[in-house]
Design a protein around this ligand. Structure first.
Ligand code: ARG
Length: 261
């Protein structure tokens, strides 16, 4: 229900934007911004991600698929660009964007004040929740029970940052991939894993004997990260995202990968 209300608000907001364009503000149509932006490789939208984060990005054979991959493809199409996806450690994405190696980071990435010092964020396109995965029957029943336990996280993610702040770095084990943290949980090296809810569901479905706590840790917003200097591209991406929200493409991409609750 909450999700429904949110999408209604988004649609209403987009409708307003469209009205604003119609009534003569020439600069905000996607055509006019198309001409103004530049990309690292001309004609190409180069996106950095970390493709071990289903359903946002993951490998199907040698191809990277998922919500972010499809959104990026739809944005690239709107802007008349060819999408190229570069897979890297999550830890490297912000640097790749801020040093101008790629145009955009799209990786189920949470908007944070700290990251905003190095990159610009687009409008948000999804909500994520940091949740806790434990073995079935664990004595960890709520987030507070993580006190003094060994917690597995993906390096440099918000889960990592919050757990270090709340439970002490000495209790946090950082892994390069979310799934590595989950494997450590399966083999008993850590007592819990803190990670975003949708990847959590998919990791729990793939491994027997794990469960997600009902008690949620932190709610966040996902957005694309762009180079601070390239505000024209930021505007073009926001324009494309607004169109994709208004015409229902964004919802249909998300619904294709996430079963309605
Ligand atoms: N939402 C979390 C963050 O921004 C985790 C994102 C991890 N994404 C990935 N593709 N591995 O820190």
């Amino acid at each position: 229900m909450k999700k429904k209300i949110l999408s209604l608000v988004l649609v209403a907001a987009c409708a307003l934007t469209i009205c604003a364009c119609g009534s003569g503000s020439a600069a905000s149509t996607s055509e006019s911004s198309d001409a103004a932006f530049t990309t690292v490789n001309s004609g190409v939208l180069t996106m950095a991600t970390n493709a071990y984060f289903p359903p946002y990005e993951y490998y199907e054979g040698s191809e990277i698929v998922g919500i972010d991959a499809e959104i990026a493809k739809a944005v690239a199409d709107k802007l008349g660009l060819t999408l190229k996806i570069e897979d890297m450690e999550f830890d490297s994405i912000i640097t790749a964007v801020s040093t101008g190696k790629v145009d955009m980071g799209l990786a189920g990435m949470t908007v944070t004040e700290e990251r905003k010092q190095n990159v610009n964020f687009s409008d948000t396109y999804a909500t994520g929740v940091q949740v806790v995965i434990v073995p079935e029957g664990s004595d960890i029943k709520t987030v507070d029970d993580l006190q003094g336990k060994k917690i597995g996280v993906q390096l440099a993610t918000t889960g990592d940052i919050y757990c270090c702040d709340d439970f002490g770095t000495e209790n946090v084990e950082e892994y390069n991939k979310g799934n590595d943290a989950v494997m450590a949980l399966v083999s008993g090296k850590v007592d819990a894993v803190v990670i975003d809810n949708e990847p959590a569901k998919s990791f729990v479905a793939a491994n027997e004997g794990l469960t997600i706590l009902d008690s949620e840790y932190v709610t966040e917003e996902y957005a694309a990260a762009l180079n601070k200097e390239n505000t024209a591209l930021l505007e073009a991406v926001n324009g494309a995202l607004a169109e994709l929200k208004a015409d229902g493409t964004l919802d249909s991409i998300i619904n294709k990968y996430i079963a309605a609750e």
